[in-house]
Ligand binder design. Structure first.
Ligand SMILES: [Fe+2]
Length: 294
């Protein structure tokens, strides 16, 4: 009978420690939890064997995980950032059976209770630099019919590179809003052209990116979360077509279908832009994600 007292180096080499750990999950009541824990165990153990990980290196990793938790507050979610920069969030999106390239990761900055704003209204709630942008959205079903009464949350960083919750100079909920589609499934708002921004680098994930000599930038985008009973919640981002970081997004969130056309439409000689975009929602189970920050 294999137990922890008999697990020596020989047993390890034969993979018996892994099997013993996996066997210890046999009473898990939740079958999915058991499946995920088993797979994590096999892959983590394989990584430890492949790299010959030392005790000291494991300690460093544990300190890193602790630091990720300690850096997480009600206004900043370092763990989501960690999952994002390892590509895990995007991979999980792709795993979804319904994924057709038009959904994207939620990111760490969605807040519930954005101000309900009339269609055509502005989400600029305090002085914000940047060129004017008008967004005209249309939400349709798989048959192309507009869906009325969809709640659409939108949020974006200020062109200074920060979301309002990261920046005391912006008013509460600046560049965030909630819209409800009209009888034809349309919604729209005024804002400023989004700019690319660095993910937060003040925490341990920023330190890791520096070690890896990776830039911390996301290409410019606006986030959309569309929600209505009877439809799968649509979470997506629409990227600016000529951003220099489209092919090197630090969180691997760009797909071809997510690149928008932010068309220049100057008025009175002033540079201005317009984004028209159709979003397709599928019938299905509705759920709102857990907000990453308060
Ligand atoms: Fe973002």
């Amino acid at each position: 009978m294999l137990d922890s007292t008999t697990l020596d180096r020989e047993a390890d080499e034969a993979g018996m420690i892994t099997e013993a750990v996996v066997a210890s999950f046999s009473q898990t009541g939740d079958a999915r939890l058991r499946e995920v824990c088993e797979a994590l165990t096999r892959h983590l153990h394989a990584a430890v064997r492949e790299t010959g990980l030392t005790r000291e290196e494991l300690d460093t990793g544990i300190a890193f995980i602790n630091a990720v938790g300690q850096a997480t507050t009600s206004t900043h979610n370092e763990a989501i950032l960690l999952a994002d920069v390892f590509g895990l969030t995007t991979l999980a999106c792709h795993n979804d059976e319904a994924w057709e390239g038009d959904e994207a990761l939620l990111g760490p900055f969605w807040r519930m209770h954005s101000p309900l704003t009339p269609n055509g209204g502005s989400i600029i709630r305090s002085a914000t630099p940047g060129r004017p942008l008008e967004v005209a959205g249309h939400i349709v079903d798989r048959a192309g019919q507009g869906i009325a009464g969809v709640e659409v949350d939108v949020w974006q960083a200020s062109p200074c590179g920060l979301y309002e919750n990261q920046d005391d100079t912006q008013s509460e909920m600046n560049l965030r809003g909630k819209f409800i589609t009209d009888a034809d499934g349309r919604f729209g708002f005024e804002t400023v052209m989004p700019a690319g921004y660095p993910v937060p680098t003040h925490g341990p994930v920023g330190g890791l990116l520096a070690h890896q000599q990776r830039h911390p930038f996301r290409p410019a985008h606006i986030h959309f979360l569309a929600w209505k009973d009877g439809y799968r919640t649509l979470i997506t981002q629409i990227f600016v077509q000529d951003d220099e970081h489209l092919t090197s997004d630090v969180v691997f969130g760009v797909s071809d279908k997510l690149v928008g056309t932010y068309a220049r439409s100057d008025t009175d000689g002033e540079a201005a832009y317009r984004l028209e975009r159709t979003f397709t929602m599928r019938e299905g189970e509705t759920h709102l994600p857990h907000p990453p920050i308060a």
